[in-house]
Design a protein around this ligand. Sequence first.
Ligand SMILES: Cc1ncc(C[n+]2csc(CCOP(=O)(O)OP(=O)(O)O)c2C)c(N)n1
Ligand SMILES: [Mg+2]
Length: 353
Amino acid sequence: MFYSAQAERQERKFLYFRTNLKIVQTPFGKETYLYWYEIMLLLRRFEEKAGQLYGMQKIRGFCHLYIGQEAIAAGIMTAIRDDDNLITAYRDHGLAIAKGITANACMAELYGKATGCSKGKGGSMHFFSKEKRFFGGHGIVGGQIGLGAGIAFSEQYQGTDRATICMFGDGAARQGMLHETFNMAVLWQLPIVFICENNYYAMGTSVERTSKVLDIYRMADAFDMPGDSVDGMSCEEVHKGIERAVKRAREGGGPTFLEIKTYRYRGHSMSDPAKYRTKEELEEYKEKDPINQVMKTILENKWATEEQMEQINEKVKHEIEAAVQFAEESPWPNDSELYEDIYADSTYPFIKD
Ligand SMILES: Cc1ncc(C[n+]2csc(CCOP(=O)(O)OP(=O)(O)O)c2C)c(N)n1
Ligand SMILES: [Mg+2]
């Protein structure tokens, strides 16, 4: 039942792509808004549940929630193809699910179970799926910027028209890795879209405290790379920004840097009481909540009744309950797994006891 829900969502997405792929300024319609609503609700409920389970010590280690930033995942997914690549940092649950990894496989990964998307060996920060072209989940701040460019290079080298979406936070934008990668990406005109999810804080440190340049997208200027600022509380704006950039990447126009301004409602990780910001600031962003905005548009256009919206809520609720049950009932990885997935070449010499 769960898989069919996933397939249905994918089908809905394909329907959208089939009708709109060639249009640059997309006229958003009912299917798109309903997809956005359902996927954002799924991500939010997944994260709320993960937060609860962390409190119950069902989930151990690190756990960084994406709540508040869902419009970015939703807007990206309607603007890219399923075979495009995506790589991000450790705040990865929402993006992984939106890219098509099932809630079951993600929840099981949080539990450390063998059925998780990284066989229970990656945990919250290291979701991965080769099949869904979701290349992590990375804990080293900024490390994935270089890896993303490597993926884009391989696509260019192989002559495909796949774009690569490479995401990182405002804190990561200060890493040396960004400068080296931007320079090469422009020089080689790599088919990549760099996205800085600027949620204004790197752990507890605000952007103002770390840089004179507050408009992070302007960092692209130094490399003669097109750069733009995007409202990350709006699925429409995210979609439009990504669509333009992906088109450029596919047509050989090289990289684009988008700074998507957003906000995380929860602390940096589970142990952060977020004392570095005011309640008013948080409330200001909650007023612009993307799920509420999309719901309003659907109801105003009479694309669904309140009862139909309630049915979506119920469907999502069941999907999350099923994911928890799946994770609970899944086995732990075998001890022998400790030595697997370390080297790409399985014949590489490695001491096993
Ligand atoms: C190279 C490196 N330095 C420091 C850390 C510790 N660290 C973990 S998350 C983080 C903040 C990053 O913030 P940002 O890039 O804005 O991402 P966000 O958490 O806001 O999504 C830091 C400094 C790390 N993981 N890796
Ligand atoms: Mg940040």
